[in-house]
Design a protein around this ligand. Structure first.
Ligand SMILES: [Zn+2]
Length: 295
């Protein structure tokens, strides 16, 4: 596909620029608009369901894994009230900039629903692994002008994407479950939302540490301000190594949390004590430190 090749060329160009003398993109402050300073535009993370979250910083709004239909009778679905608002683009889900898909599993992504969304909001950019984009094409996606398709294996260098004025890096970390899901491409995004806010979404990243070690330079190149991580990376010290040694989040919120919380706590013992978890769709974390935060 032409757009895939364009991304590859852009990625190469950005990579070369980044490795030469040009200033890194994160050194360029974004202009602060009047609305970003107003009291009613906070910097927030909002839980939608399962691994679905919305991050808002002023006028910038990002969705991760928001539209899926299957919870495997284990995870939080996006409640009809929130899903309806998403599909209608009503506040606070209006004027979305980028929709990210981590991988093409039914508890993260429903091709028909995402297609309907993109047809309703053709200005929204989609960033997704090729496996998800292929499903969208099979479902009838025809306008790919705003689609960024990532064709990347776990050993590949990070892909760099400029989606409008939003800078994105992507690496592929294998899906949890080993051989069973070895063919699934799970894309991890690091999105520069603002000069001081980089948001990462780990999708269904593996519990193995080695694939994280492969990208040691990537994790360490930036401060990873806010990381959405599957809860299973907290199970024990060995699993936490991916976070503790490599990703090193400044702040983390666990997602993909089963609805049977008491059962989870039985299995995990005290491992989740002190871990910030998204469990109730609609709940919000205020991320900014402005005087209006928390009101
Ligand atoms: Zn999955």
């Amino acid at each position: 596909m032409g757009f895939s090749r364009n991304i590859s060329l852009l990625a190469l160009l950005l990579f070369l620029l980044g490795s030469c003398s040009a200033p890194a993109p994160d050194d360029t402050p974004k202009p602060v608009s009047a609305t970003q300073q107003s009291d009613d535009h906070h910097r927030t993370a909002r839980y939608l369901g399962n691994a679905g979250v919305m991050v808002q910083d002023g006028d910038t709004k990002l969705l991760f894994d928001p539209l899926f239909e299957n919870n495997f009778e284990t995870y939080q679905l996006v409640p009809p009230r929130i899903k309806g608002a998403l599909m209608l683009g009503s506040a606070p889900y209006d004027d979305i900039d980028v929709l990210f898909i981590s991988h093409a599993h039914d508890d993260h992504f429903a091709a028909d629903t995402v297609l309907a969304y993109l047809q309703t909001f053709p200005q929204v950019k989609l960033v997704a692994p090729k496996q998800a984009v292929d499903k969208l094409l099979a479902a009838g996606l025809s306008d790919t002008a705003q689609v960024f398709s990532i064709d990347q294996s776990p050993s590949d260098l990070p892909v760099l994407i400029q989606a409008g004025d939003i800078f994105i890096e992507a690496v592929t970390i294998p899906h949890s479950g080993g051989e069973r899901f070895a063919e699934v491409r799970n894309t991890v995004y690091r999105v520069q939302v603002a000069k001081d806010l980089r948001v990462l979404h780990l999708g269904d990243a593996t519990i193995e540490t080695e694939p994280f070690a492969v990208h040691k330079v990537f994790w360490g190149r930036q401060i990873n301000n806010l990381v959405f991580t599957p809860y299973w990376l907290y199970k024990n010290r060995q699993r936490r190594a991916a976070l503790d040694l490599y990703v090193r989040p400044e702040r983390a919120i666990a997602i993909h949390v089963p609805t049977a919380l008491s059962d989870l706590k039985n299995r995990y013992g005290t491992a989740l004590d002190g871990v910030d978890m998204f469990t109730r769709p609609g709940e919000i974390r205020v991320l900014d430190t402005s005087p209006s935060a928390g009101q």
